[in-house]
Structure formats: C-alpha cells, structure tokens
Design a protein around this ligand. Structure first.
Ligand code: NZQ
Ligand code: ZN
Length: 387
C-alpha cells in the first residue's frame, strides 16, 4: 500500500426530503447565489421552485444561469465566470447531474482568476482557489458531488479536458434518491456504468497489498450490479435508487483509490468519443472498458482472475487463469447488454473513421494510464477492438 492523504470535506445530506436542510447550509453563510442548472428537468420535477423558495426564505439574492448541456461547454462557463465576477457571487449552487456540477466548479475557479479559465483545463496552470460550490444532485453517476475534478469541453478544437484539486470538492451535496425516479432509462444505466467505471479505474492497479480497498471496490461493484437489476424491473424502487445514489459518491470521492496507483486511461479514451460526437459519458465507458480489459488483462492476469471470481462469481473449476479472466470480461459485457448500453461503436451507431484522430488527441500530452502505459498505437488498437 502506498502512503496517502485523504481529505473529503463535502457534507453529504442524504435521503427523502433532504432539500429541507438546504436552508441550514445557506443561512449566515451565503448571500449572493448563482443558481446553475441544465436544460429544464428541474423545472419539470418542481425542484427548481423548491430551491428558489428556500434561497429567498434565506434572504439570498439569486442570479441564474441555465442551459448547461451534457458534456458541458466552455462557452457557458465563460459566461458564468463573468456573471460571478460582476455580481460578487459567494456560492454557486449546481442543481442537476455531473454536467451542471462540473460547469459550476469551472465557474468557481474561473471567477477568482484574471486569465482565461481554460488555462486550468489545458494544463497551463493548476487551480488553487474557488468560490464555494454547493450541489443538489439529481443524477447518480459522476460522483462530482464530492469529487475533486471537473471536466469541460472546449468547442474550439473539441477538446474534453479535466482539472481538479481537493479544494474543488463541493461544500455540501443534497442527495434525495426520490429525484432520480424521473431519470430516463438511458441516463439511469449510463450513470450506473459510470459508477462502475470509477471503481474499475482504481481496482485495476499494479499496486500490491490493497486488500481493504479491494474489498470495498468489490462490495460496491456487487451492490451496484444487484440494484441495477432491481431498477431494471422496477424503475420506481426507492431503496435500489438510494443504493445506487450513495454508491455513486463512494465510487468517486477518493476513498476507493487510496494507497494505490489508479489508471484512468479508459476515461481519457472515452472522452475523445464524447468530444467528437457528444456521446453520453457512461456510454463511452460501456464501449471502451471491455475493449481495454481485453487489451491489458495479460499485464496482471491475477487481478482479472480476482475480478472475475469476486465480482462476477466465476468459478475457478476446470479453467486456467486466462480463461477465468476472459470469462469475467464476458460477464461484464453480458451485464452491459442487460442494462441496454452499447458495447461497441457499431452498437452505439457511431462512425469509426476518426479513430486515428481520436488516438492522436488522447495521447498528445503523453501516454495514458498506469495498469499498462498506452501510446497512440495502443489506443488505436483499443478503439479497433471496440469497433
Ligand atoms: O439538463 P437537464 O434538463 O437537467 O437534463 C439532464 C441531462 O439531459 C438529465 N437529468 C439529470 N437529472 C435528471 C435528468 N432528467 C430527468 N430526471 C432527473 N432527475 O440527464 C441528462 C444528463 O445529465 P448530465 O449532468 O450531463 O449527466 P452526468 O451526471 O452523467 O454528467 C456527465 C458529465 O460529467 C463528467 C462527464 O464527462 C460528463 O461531462 N464527469 C465528471 C466527473 C467529475 N467531475 O468528477 C467524473 C466523471 O468521470 C465524468 O467524466
Ligand atoms: Zn466517469
């Protein structure tokens, strides 16, 4: 196990009617709130009215910036930065999924910087301070409600890039699983794939002696898989939705990755697909992860054997290690099919004529990943395996 520091200050307020505690977070702390959200799902559900009423009851001056798109864009972030600077905003309240939260985080760091906020995403500069960000979460997936990162797409050149820091974790996250009952089927399961992918990026490591976090990863993955099947049969099941929502936070708040080297190449390879085609983040992962696994498993077969046996209950009888590893990957593919997500470019109706360009962009700052270092040619092979 490697040395580590773990700092997760986000206050999680979880459960039915958690929104009633929003006022307590605001009162005496914030006066000028930038309310930031997406395309209107929060108006349909009535959540928007609840949030505005609570902010007004707590004497806040409300500024609004809506229209965050899935795979949030730099253009709107820049608009938010300007609003935050002009109005001396002291809290950015993101209401929605990962896109609204990431956009809010970008505005938070951009508002306290004189230059262009993209400098933090292009790698030119590390962010150091932010306006506080609060969250009312409506989509369990990205873990952004407690994570240290933010991912933004620059329309100029279609670059989807991330930045982060512990100080960027939201100050609070209101998480009521009831809000997730209105999610479209695709978003529910793309979110579930994303949650699993956040665990895979940590679980598939070359760091030895990480038994405790291995068990936490395996337990979280099993919980997610079991409850995904419950939701498939009964989309209005509160308890299953609650399990998924909390798993989403646990999968990506940093706990499961402590003491080990993480990978993250599949996310980077997937981001290039979203950048070009606007594909839902979770779908890029259902396409890329099985291909990545097939490409790299020989680097540490034992770890893939552990995955197959502990997560998908593959029996070790009468199979050699390679066969067990492959069987684990096959069962993951079976699960992806069961929840209706694509496992390939073809199943997602995506073209494959830009593989070379995507691999070039993905590796232009150097090789990806740690489980196996991936250079441009490796990335091309993974895209081809996912055709
Ligand atoms: O925009 P609205 O109208 O709100 O609709 C959204 C959007 O169309 C809808 N939605 C959200 N909650 C709903 C709902 N519809 C009905 N009922 C609800 N309760 O769902 C659609 C997708 O929302 P979005 O926020 O884009 O999804 P997600 O949470 O999956 O966020 C994806 C973004 O987060 C990034 C991804 O790359 C992607 O850009 N990620 C952020 C991470 C982080 N900051 O730590 C880590 C992740 O790996 C990921 O990269
Ligand atoms: Zn993700």
């Amino acid at each position: 196990m490697k040395d580590f520091t773990l700092h997760i200050p986000t206050k999680i307020i979880f459960g039915k009617d958690a929104i009633k505690k929003l006022g307590d977070q605001i009162k005496g702390n914030y006066n000028k709130v930038l309310l930031h959200y997406g395309g209107g799902s929060i108006k349909k559900s009535g959540l928007y009215n609840d949030v505005v009423r609570i902010l007004k009851d707590n004497d806040c001056e409300i500024f609004e910036l809506s229209g965050v798109e899935p795979n949030p864009k730099l253009g709107l972030v820049r608009k938010g930065v300007q609003m935050a600077k002009e109005n001396e905003i002291d809290l950015i309240l993101a209401v929605g999924g990962g896109s609204a939260i990431d956009s809010a985080k970008a505005i938070g760091i951009g508002a306290l910087y004189d230059g262009d906020v993209w400098d933090f995403y292009s790698g030119k500069l590390e962010p150091e301070i932010t306006i506080p960000v609060g969250v009312v979460l409506t989509l369990p997936a990205t873990g952004s409600e407690a994570s240290r990162g933010s991912v933004i797409t620059n329309e100029d050149g279609l670059y989807k890039r991330s930045t982060g820091g512990d100080f960027m974790r939201p100050v609070f996250a209101i998480m009521d699983p009831t809000y997730t009952l209105t999610l479209p089927t695709k978003q529910t399961f793309a979110g579930i794939m994303d949650i699993m992918a956040h665990i895979f990026e940590r679980y598939f490591t070359q760091t030895p002696h990480v038994n405790l976090t291995d068990s936490l990863c395996e337990g979280t993955l099993k919980t997610v898989i079991q409850n995904a099947y419950i939701i498939k049969e009964d989309s209005q099941n509160y308890d299953a939705r609650a399990e998924i929502m909390f798993a989403g936070t646990i999968a990506h708040n940093g706990l499961l990755g402590v003491g080990r080297e993480e990978d993250w190449s599949s996310h980077d390879i997937g981001h290039e697909i979203s950048a070009l085609y606007g594909t839902t983040h979770g779908e890029t992962l259902s396409i890329i992860f099985p291909a990545w696994m097939k490409y790299v498993y020989k680097e540490n077969v034992d770890r893939f054997v552990q995955f197959a046996t502990k997560v998908f209950d593959v029996s070790e009888a009468e199979m050699d290690k390679d066969e067990i590893a492959i069987e684990g990957i096959k069962r993951l593919e079976g699960f992806i099919s069961d929840i209706g997500l694509p496992k390939s470019f073809t199943e997602a109706n995506l073209p494959t004529d830009k593989i070379d360009l995507m691999a070039e962009k993905a590796t232009e700052d150097g090789p990806l990943g740690n489980f196996k270092k991936l250079y441009k040619d490796d990335v091309i092979k993974i895209y081809k395996l996912a055709k």
